[in-house]
Design a protein around this ligand. Structure first.
Ligand SMILES: Nc1nc(=O)c2c([nH]1)NC[C@@H]1CN(c3ccc(C(=O)N[C@@H](CCC(=O)O)C(=O)O)cc3)C=[N+]21
Length: 285
């Protein structure tokens, strides 16, 4: 039997519909959530993502600003823009598209974003709040992963979740969110000795390693939930996940495709974060 596919696009649409309705209500009170996206340089993939974020803002009735800066922009200039956006009252969320050109210190830029407007959830204050379980702006991709698992009808509590990858933007935060949902969590990474033995124990397998089609059916326990966070651009221009979807779907339980899985949810969670940040800054929640 083939596994049910978790349709990230459709789940995204459902959530966006709720967001749109709430934004319409706020518009009647003369208030609009606002998102600023900053893109430095001309990386083609980044340009596509930024356009998708702009489109989502437009569809949901948010105010949006996109700042496209040349690859030669200095760190000082970028920090000056962040400072301006921090103080701009019609902007409630700030996202500086990563990666940044090598001459710019990413940490300095992330630290400069006001924690209240950090809709990526990358600022140390938000990371710390996530760690200790305080209310915070959650990083978008990890929040999307949890939402997809829940909306697939899976009860996370008591399950053994295995996360492959330990990055600050996916692996680490997703493991904290899974623990918050009462899963037992095992972390695997490039130096894990017995990876397959561990992943074969997973009721829920989250894969974020950045290697196309790395996980095949031999890694997966029959019936396990598989969430593929991978985004690998192949030489033929196609997008591939970290999971060999065709092989794994023959043994797994519910599984996310790439594209159409985690990607659309990342943008939806960004929109949700922007609404949360906007309401807080406006004293509406
Ligand atoms: N500060 C910052 N925040 C980010 O959230 C951030 C970032 N920098 N840098 C780059 C990554 C990547 N990312 C994606 C978002 C949506 C899709 C997405 O919608 N993917 C579609 C396919 C899009 C396509 O065809 O290329 C899908 O999976 O169906 C992909 C990737 C956000 N990122």
């Amino acid at each position: 039997m083939t596994a049910p596919i978790i349709n990230g696009k459709q789940i995204s649409e459902e959530i966006r519909k709720d967001l749109r309705e709430e934004v319409e209500q706020l518009a009647k009170q003369g208030f609009k959530p606002g998102l600023a996206v900053v893109l430095v340089g001309e990386d083609p993939a980044s340009q596509v993502y930024v356009r998708n974020k702009e489109k989502a803002c437009h569809e949901l009735g948010y105010y949006s600003e996109v700042h496209r800066l040349s690859a030669e922009t200095s760190q000082e200039e970028l920090l000056a823009l962040v400072d301006k956006l921090n103080r701009q009252s019609n902007i409630h969320g700030i996202l500086v598209q990563l990666p940044l050109p090598k001459h710019i210190d990413e940490k300095a830029v992330i630290d400069a974003i006001s924690a209240e407007k950090d809709v990526d959830g990358f600022h140390p204050v938000n990371v710390g709040n996530l760690m200790i379980g305080d209310d915070s702006l959650l990083p978008c991709t990890p929040a999307g992963v949890i939402e997809l698992i829940k909306r697939a009808g899976v009860d996370i509590a008591g399950k053994h979740a295995v996360v492959i990858g330990r990055s600050n933007i996916v692996g680490k935060p997703v493991s904290l969110l899974l623990q918050r949902e009462n899963a037992t969590v095992t972390m695997c990474h490039s130096r894990t000795a017995n990876m397959k033995e561990l992943t074969q124990l997973a009721d829920i397998l989250v894969v974020a390693i950045g290697r196309a089609n790395f996980v095949d059916a031999s890694y997966v326990k029959p019936g396990a939930v598989v969430i593929d966070v991978g985004m690998n651009r192949l030489e033929n221009g196609k997008l591939a996940g970290d999971v060999d979807f065709e092989s794994v779907k023959e043994v797994s339980g519910p599984i996310t495709p790439v594209p159409g899985g985690v990607g659309p949810m990342t943008i939806t969670m960004l929109m949700q974060n922007t609404l949360i940040a906007a309401k807080r800054l406006q004293g509406l929640s």
